[in-house]
Write a protein that binds this ligand. Structure first.
Ligand code: ADP
Ligand code: ZN
Ligand code: ZN
Length: 757
């Protein structure tokens, strides 16, 4: 019985809030349950009890209104992980709560169980004799008789010690009965009115298992896979984290499946993290075929009600044994986690950008595993430099698979110099003659092609041919992308749309042209060049709805489409049988990105896209188009020289003080007024420099210095390994406080991005 509680609220404030508990509710408050509390002037808010106690605070506190749960909805481990997230990534605990709980658990009454109308036999009829009486009554009502008899054949009661139990063993829904008896609802209503059947509502789960899964046996591993499996298990004896570095199509997923089975046999739960929803479609189908409804899926495209049900199931006595999910699944409750698999562990989308907490799901998952005593397996054909380095230095175990399953050869990569072809006027739009002839041949052979272009929309930029004017977003410091299908210009930073101008507002010229090729324009061009081909496009614009990915992927996989055009989405772990050609239309857009990780990301992207070629049957072909064929990174992609690439990269990172040798923390300041944010950033920079000296770079304008009407400044902290990071965080917090205390900067937003990508 506690009279006070400290409550965590989903607000970006660095504090818990204390409330008093009226005597009637004192028996039901407990750490981990939700309460409804007054907040601010007239608001109520759902919060999580962190501590129940009897210490009367020195200030006035208000009563809570309600306790929402009759048992706790989060585990202690979760609270521990959340605490770590808020501490390490320097975001408010309320932000972590906000990110972790599905909306339905944060809003009062938002979650309502879904129900189904059922029918039961009236209690007084539940005996052999009763049923005969009923049938007798219906002798002259033919339709009712038929429906009632049908109902009797469908339902069933158990008899316990001669007496019929109250609850039917087999429940019959109205819909089922109407279907089976071919009767109308009017007929059923008659049966209810005559008190033969009693209607009731049954709660049903929203969780869709995709029908009765057709369970398959697990495929036996081949020799190389078995050896890798054994090495992983052996490595787990000594290390908590193991990196499985296996080329594309080496059969890593099959190894995961064997590891999952092994964990389930030990009654452990498994968390299988994937970077993006695009991947969950195929992997889900593969896992579902083996594990059926022991598998639960959790990601942001699921409705809130579904996510609430999964959450509740995880807290129930029989939770899902395997959870497959994207980033946020790491925040779910687990009670007996034994294994975490992080597939495509190099993917940058594991890192949350905005809003806070800006956490990396890989780090969070490794931390969660450490807290629960589970093991973590990282898998990739192109590991992140961080994980590669951790393996190299012995912090992680390391297992390698160098051959593709079934001895299929790695794809043959041909580099095409588009600068030279452009000079000789031999390019056809974004296509070299070689790429076109390869696509032609693939189509003639009944094979498929994937074309990768890293820009969505029609033309990434519009330009006046007379004066060079280009339309820019009014709220952001970027040029607008032309979307032809929408007939609009769109800002890819804030989503704002604009009409396409007919004349240049600068010089009045009508000669406005699009520059560059987005996926939409590539699609147009492909349809023009190969009118008989069935073409599909996969990018952010074509996959906004929940089932869009699935349809695109299933269509391509069943060969209902011939050519798939897409952004980086097509590079992700997809497994198709008949892709004989992959075209990388323009490698330079990735290589020229102004970021120290540009080459790392470009290498991984190219290697991954290339890996989609020739996965079954014959050797695949990759055409890599670039204006800079002489770059070493291009040669390293061609030879799949991962080791060479990483050792060059490590040398460079050491030289220029970048990760994994140095930790980076970015400090951002945001404000509507450019002058204000500029002065604030200078002040913050000076303050940080007084503490951290030469580790501080900036402030500078980031490459996009204005987003959604907010001007941005960035300060970079490079911290050597071994520095006391707890202390660093304390000082950064002090710096932020000092800035916000200054009258001039009160409305400046200051936030941190720890280990940015
Ligand atoms: P990766 O995850 O390394 O890209 P996959 O697990 O997707 O590789 O395997 C590539 C293809 O080879 C898939 O179609 C998969 O079904 C098949 N495959 C891999 N291992 C086996 C196995 N042991 N038995 C049968 N098929 C396998
Ligand atoms: Zn102009
Ligand atoms: Zn904008």
């Amino acid at each position: 019985m506690s009279s006070y509680i400290d409550v965590l609220l989903p607000v970006p404030l660095d504090a818990l809030f204390t409330y008093s508990v009226p005597p009637s509710l004192q028996g039901s408050v407990e750490r981990g349950r939700r309460v409804l509390v007054p907040f601010g002037r007239n608001k109520t808010c759902v919060g999580l009890v962190m501590k129940a106690h009897d210490t009367k605070p020195e200030f006035d506190v208000k009563d809570i209104k309600l306790v929402l749960d009759d048992s706790r909805i989060v585990t202690d481990i979760q609270l521990k992980l959340w605490h770590w997230l808020s501490d390490y990534y320097m975001s408010a605990p309320g932000d972590v709560l906000q990110a972790a709980l599905p909306g339905g658990l944060k809003a009062v009454d938002a979650y309502r169980p879904k129900t189904e109308q059922c029918l039961a036999l009236a209690p007084e009829l539940r005996s052999e004799r009763g049923m005969h009486v009923a049938l007798d009554m219906l002798k002259r009502a033919d339709r009712q008789y038929k429906a009632f008899a049908c109902f009797l054949s469908m339902t069933r009661w158990d008899t316990i010690e001669g007496a019929t139990t109250h609850e039917p063993v087999v429940e019959v829904t109205r819909d089922e009965l109407m279907n089976s008896a071919h009767c109308t609802s009017a007929t059923l209503k008659n049966l209810v009115d005559r008190k033969l059947l009693v209607p009731y509502e049954r709660e049903v789960g929203r969780l869709n298992h995709g029908g009765e899964p057709h369970l398959e046996n697990i495929k036996p591993l081949n020799e190389a896979q078995q050896e890798a499996y054994n090495k992983i298990m052996f490595s787990f004896l000594k290390k908590n984290v193991v990196l499985l570095h296996g080329v594309t199509s080496s059969g890593k997923t099959e190894i995961y499946i064997h590891l999952i089975r092994q964990a389930l046999e030990k009654k452990q739960q498994v968390l299988y993290l994937l970077p993006e929803i695009a991947l969950t479609v195929q992997i889900r189908q593969r896992l579902q075929r083996v594990f059926g409804d022991r598998l639960g899926i959790y990601h942001s495209k699921y409705s809130d009600a579904e996510r609430v049900e999964i959450w509740r199931k995880q807290m129930s006595p029989n939770p899902y044994e395997v959870i497959l999910g994207a980033r946020s699944a790491v925040l779910l409750p687990f009670t007996r986690l034994g294994l975490v698999i992080i597939d495509e562990e190099h993917e940058t989308s594991f890192k949350q950008q905005d809003p806070a907490p800006r956490y990396h799901a890989r780090s969070a998952a490794i931390m969660l595993a450490a807290m629960t005593g589970a093991k973590t397996l990282l898998g990739s054909a192109t590991p992140s430099l961080e994980s590669w380095n951790n393996a190299r230095t012995g912090k992680y175990g390391y297992v390698r698979l160098d051959k593709r399953y079934n001895d299929i050869q790695m794809p043959e990569i041909t580099v095409v110099d588009i600068k030279d072809l452009q000079r000789r006027k031999m390019m056809n739009g974004p296509f070299s003659p070689l790429l076109l002839s390869c696509i032609r041949r693939a189509l003639d052979n009944g094979e498929q092609a994937i074309l990768f272009q890293n820009r969505r929309g029609f033309a990434p930029m519009i330009e006046c041919r007379e004066c060079g004017w280009t339309p820019r977003c009014e709220s952001c410091d970027v040029s607008l992308t032309y979307h032809k299908a929408l007939g609009q210009l769109t800002c890819h930073y804030c989503g704002r749309t604009y009409a396409v101008p007919e004349v240049c507002p600068c010089c009045g010229s009508r000669d406005l042209r699009g520059r560059g090729y987005g996926t939409e324009k590539v699609e147009d061009k492909v349809m023009e060049l190969f009118p008989e081909a069935r073409v599909a496009r996969m990018d952010l614009d074509t996959t906004r709805t929940r089932n869009a990915y699935e349809r695109l992927i299933n269509d391509f996989s069943a060969h209902r489409t011939d050519i798939l055009i897409g952004t980086q989405m097509v590079s992700k772990g997809l497994d198709f049988d008949r892709v004989s050609v992959v075209g990388i239309l323009n490698a330079d857009s990735m290589l020229n990105y102004p970021d120290f990780r540009a080459y790392e990301h470009a290498f991984m992207m190219m290697a991954q896209v290339a890996g989609r070629a020739g996965r079954k049957g014959k050797r695949g072909l990759v055409i890599l188009q670039t204006k800079s064929p002489e770059l070493p990174v291009i040669t390293q992609v061609v030879h799949n020289d991962v080791d060479g690439f990483y050792s060059d990269l490590l040398e460079e990172r050491q030289l220029f003080h970048y990760p994994p040798f140095f930790h980076i923390v970015n400090v951002y300041l945001r404000h509507k007024e450019n002058a204000v944010v500029s002065t604030a950033a200078d002040a913050m920079g000076a303050l940080l420099r007084s503490w951290f000296g030469g580790r501080v770079l900036g402030p500078d304008k980031p490459s996009v210095a204005k987003v959604k009407a907010m001007n941005i400044r960035k300060i970079v902290l490079k911290l050597e390994n071994g520095i006391d990071r707890d202390k660093v965080r304390v000082y950064l917090g002090k710096g932020k406080e000092a800035i916000l205390r200054d009258q001039r900067f009160r409305s400046v937003q200051v936030y941190f991005d720890v280990d940015p990508l």
